[in-house]
Design a protein around this ligand. Structure first.
Ligand code: MSP
Length: 512
């Protein structure tokens, strides 16, 4: 069954350079998008940059440039990172674009027209670093007596006139949402956290500021700019042309998946659905929260100087090994550590050895012993049937994993098939059959090509470049790479290109 699929990443702040955490979310979203495209869905994959707010204003000031010039530069750097990471976004929205400003203001106006916004005065603890307000009881007291946000960010007491969103009125509806649509927040551990936060009661949310200028003016009261999170969340609507119902993309709402890191779940699973309810709009299907990377066992931070630019990893290991590592190493939803040793291990064992060698062994034998053309399917033995049946099950299993956003489990199932192929080739020993039973040898190699075709097809979303190259070597034409094509056997006799290794081993010494 095909349909429409709308997936988003958070839009990233432009006050810092792109790092591995940004690349991680975006690659995960890219895999979802590529998978759905191969499944025949019409996909809209949105990402972008979050460019307003006091932090950006201050960062620009420190750099001695206008905020927009600063944002232009960093936003362009995010796109450059995406090119390196092979992220196939359909649109890249910037919150400084007129289309976004119009969309965010329209959303505000709709919520106001429905009676959910009022003017008041705000007093409270604000953490500039998180662009977030905290309740007194959420603050943590440091040994020296200072109070900080639960994230460790410094907080200050602020007081100013402010528009408020009547968030408190939505607590019951939100709890009902988590109850009746548990898939709205995944994984379940995050859902429990969010639900218990809401159960404690919600206070109205201050949604405008007068203390700085770098933001979207509040409709009808330009002294105020919108709170940066209301501005930012609106991107998911403004990118599909909201409020214009005739926009060709309007039909993508509601979004299927908002992928976010665990630090920003509250904004996406509490504020966002409440704002949408207030505007009378449908709610997205799922907010999926992933864990955080540490680097060689330490928290990644500017002050520790260990912030990893994904482009440096790609320069050393290649883009697909890095994409693979990110998805393989971190159980999707959990936390994990990124280390050089772990990357090299995964690359050498799972990619170069398990998969690369298998493809290379199979294809060199086809080249040498079958005249470089695809052998016929032949009469299968029980062992052949068993392997082909295991491979044939993969697309169904993968669909299940992808729909549960279990990207790591998907890889585990593919590797089960790869390991079965390796056991099969060792057991069948086609190199020995060459003399004793060349006909059987050809059938064995064809079984391997067919199993590898399924593996390569299903792995394309994770490693598009190298799997494209592998499929070419297996004789799979470019228009035969979607999932539906797997039902059509490749014709025997097709001429295969000369085999070339897809995943060279990484040799540490030679690189130093
Ligand atoms: N601008 C907001 C999002 C607005 S969405 C409407 C924002 N931007 S951010 O630049 O701080 O990027 C945050 C994303 O990067 C979050 O999803 C966060 O979880 C992720 N990561 C930041 N550090 C990370 C790691 N060390 N590991 C994994 N992801 C990390 O928040």
């Amino acid at each position: 069954m095909t349909g429409r699929y709308y997936v988003t990443t958070p839009i990233y702040y432009v006050n810092g350079a792109p790092h591995i955490g940004h690349a991680y979310t975006s690659v995960a979203a890219d895999i979802m998008a590529r998978f759905k495209r191969l499944a025949g869905d019409e996909v809209f994959f949105l990402t972008g940059t979050d460019e307003h707010g006091q932090k950006v204003e201050q960062a620009a000031q420190a750099a001695g440039v206008a905020p927009i010039a600063f944002a232009d530069q960093v936003s362009a750097d995010f796109r450059a990172m995406y090119d390196v990471m092979n992220v196939s976004y359909d649109d890249f929205i910037r919150t400084t674009e007129p289309r976004h400003i119009a969309g965010a203001q329209a959303l505000w106006e709709r919520i106001a027209a429905n009676g959910h916004i009022y003017l008041g005065a705000y007093e409270g603890w604000y953490a500039l670093r998180d662009e977030s307000f905290y309740n007194e009881d959420e603050l943590v007291t440091r040994p020296d007596g200072t109070k900080v946000a639960p994230t460790g960010a410094p907080v200050e007491w602020v007081r100013e006139p402010s528009y408020f969103f009547k968030l408190s009125e939505f607590a019951d509806r939100l709890l009902e949402l988590y109850e009746t649509r548990p898939a709205f927040i995944e994984p379940a551990s995050r859902r429990n956290e969010v639900a218990s936060f809401v159960r404690q009661g919600l206070r109205d949310l201050s949604i405008s500021r007068t203390s700085f200028r770098w933001g979207i003016p509040v409709p009808g009261d330009p002294e105020h700019v919108m709170y940066v999170w209301v501005d930012a969340l609106a991107n998911y609507l403004s990118a599909i042309g909201f409020p214009d119902a005739d926009n060709p993309r309007a039909g993508f709402w509601p979004a299927n998946l908002h992928l976010v890191g665990k630090d920003i779940v509250r904004f996406h699973a509490v504020y966002w659905p409440a704002l949408l309810m207030a505007a009378g709009l449908d709610l997205p299907d799922c907010v999926f929260s992933h864990g955080w990377w540490t680097i060689e066992g330490e928290k990644m931070s500017k002050s520790l100087g260990n912030v990893v630019d994904p482009r440096d990893l790609v320069a050393q290991f290649g883009v697909d090994p890095v994409r693979f590592f990110l998805m393989r190493e971190m159980p999707f939803g959990g936390d994990s550590d990124l280390s050089r040793r772990a990357i090299i291990n995964r690359l050498n064992v799972e990619l170069a050895n398990d998969l690369g060698n298998l493809a290379q062994r199979t294809l060199t034998q086809v080249a040498r012993n079958c005249g470089g053309v695809l052998p016929a399917q032949g009469v299968p033995t029980e062992a052949d049937d068993a392997l082909l049946a295991q491979a044939a099950l993969l697309p169904t299993l993968m669909h299940g994993h992808i729909d549960r956003h279990a990207l790591t489990d998907g890889l585990e199932d593919v590797w089960r098939v790869i390991r079965a192929c390796n056991a099969y080739i060792d057991h069948q020993a086609p190199w020995a059959l060459r003399k004793t039973d060349p006909e059987r040898m050809a059938v064995v190699l064809r079984v391997l090509v067919d199993a590898l075709r399924v593996v390569g097809t299903m792995l394309q979303p994770y490693m598009p470049g190298s799997m494209g190259a592998m499929l070419t070597q297996l004789g799979v034409a470019e228009d035969e790479r979607d999932f539906a094509s797997l039902d059509r056997p490749l014709p025997e006799g097709r001429v295969l290109p000369a085999p070339q290794g897809v995943f060279p081993r990484y040799v540490e010494d030679a690189a130093q």
